[in-house]
Ligand binder design. Structure first.
Ligand code: SF4
Length: 330
């Protein structure tokens, strides 16, 4: 918001306590929605939602063991591994995404971390997508300093690295890298001057306190992530979380609202799991402060709503897509 007051600055705190986060999350639902929407209006046009498009640039065969993921070579999911795709194919898809109204193009590779031999191709993808006038985001796993600098120098705008869940629950979900490894990568990206996209997944059998602690971990980073994707688990057959109990949708909305209140200026993104949400639930999430979505009928390997149904929902809600170069902030 332009012309910040002392009160607004206080809202950008990074010293939130667990007691405060718990009190926010657990207050009566209507009070929570009201607070989240009030904070949202202070910083953003509540009727604008940013559209991002995600492309899998290298699918399957990943060495990590994330329990929710169909791309892990260690899970039983039957997804065959592909190579890093050609730059031209990425650009052709990016052009289509731009025509469909996406302003940010996210490229995801199923890697523990990129190999140095891949860097040139990744840099060419960044250059090409930026030339189309879109923002660029990549998610490639852990990065060393050299890789961070190369991506930054190629012009990468955002780097996505999710913390997935709370530190406490983390080892139930991933054992091949630690929560601290994730935070290290996020800090490297931030220190290099790129924007940070970091969020997590709910509905993985975690407790309420894990959802609260996950948001608290993000909100107490030195600087809030610029984008906070909130995913609802899509259970995938043959993965360890295939039969996990479904999360109460109200808990999901509470998580979105908490993200909005703790990180008032961040874009909160409804990511995986929208196919399982009713329009009414998505509308409630937008009211609670979600202001970014992924468009397109797939998200890496998971289903996503058809673009027509997204547009129909936008029309019914009187919501418009943010233009390229506009972040929807007031
Ligand atoms: S979530 Fe990413 S890092 Fe984890 S197994 Fe899947 S592709 Fe690999």
């Amino acid at each position: 918001m332009k012309g910040e007051t002392m009160f607004d600055m206080q809202d950008l705190r990074t010293d939130w306590t667990r007691a405060e986060a718990e009190q926010i999350y657990n207050q009566p639902f209507m009070d929570l929605l009201y607070q989240a929407h009030t904070v949202h209006r202070m910083y953003f046009d509540p009727n604008q939602v940013q559209k991002s498009k995600l492309l899998s640039i290298k699918t399957g065969g990943c060495a990590e063991d994330c329990a929710y993921c169909s791309q892990s070579a260690r899970n039983g999911a039957q997804l065959s591994a592909s190579k890093l795709i050609e730059v031209e194919r990425v650009l052709a898809e990016a052009r289509k995404a731009k025509e469909a109204g996406a302003t940010r193009y996210c490229m995801g590779a199923a890697w523990r971390s990129p190999k140095d031999r891949d860097m040139e191709q990744l840099e060419a993808m960044i250059h090409g997508v930026k030339e189309l006038g879109m923002e660029t985001c990549m998610t490639l796993g852990m990065l060393d300093d050299n890789q961070v600098f190369r991506l930054r120098d190629a012009g990468l705008d955002y780097y996505n690295h999710n913390i997935d869940t709370s530190e406490r629950y983390y080892s139930e979900i991933i054992t091949t890298r630690t929560f601290a490894d994730r935070i290290d990568t996020l800090n490297r990206v931030r220190e290099a001057g790129m924007k940070v996209c970091a969020g997590g997944i709910v509905g993985m059998g975690e407790q309420q306190m894990d959802r609260i602690d996950m948001m608290l971990a993000l909100a107490t980073l030195e600087q809030h992530p610029d984008s906070v994707p909130v995913n609802m688990l899509i259970p995938i057959e043959n993965t360890p979380l295939a039969d996990v109990e479904k999360l109460d949708p109200i808990e999901f909305v509470r998580t979105v609202a908490l993200a909005r209140i703790l990180m008032p200026k961040s874009h909160v993104r409804l990511s995986a799991g929208r196919t399982e949400m009713t329009d009414e639930m998505q509308a409630m999430c937008i009211f609670a402060g979600a202001n970014s979505i992924f468009v397109g009928d797939t998200l890496l390997t998971a289903d996503n709503p058809e673009e027509d149904s997204d547009q129909a929902l936008f029309d019914r809600l009187g919501v418009t897509a943010m233009n390229a170069g506009c972040d929807g902030s007031r």
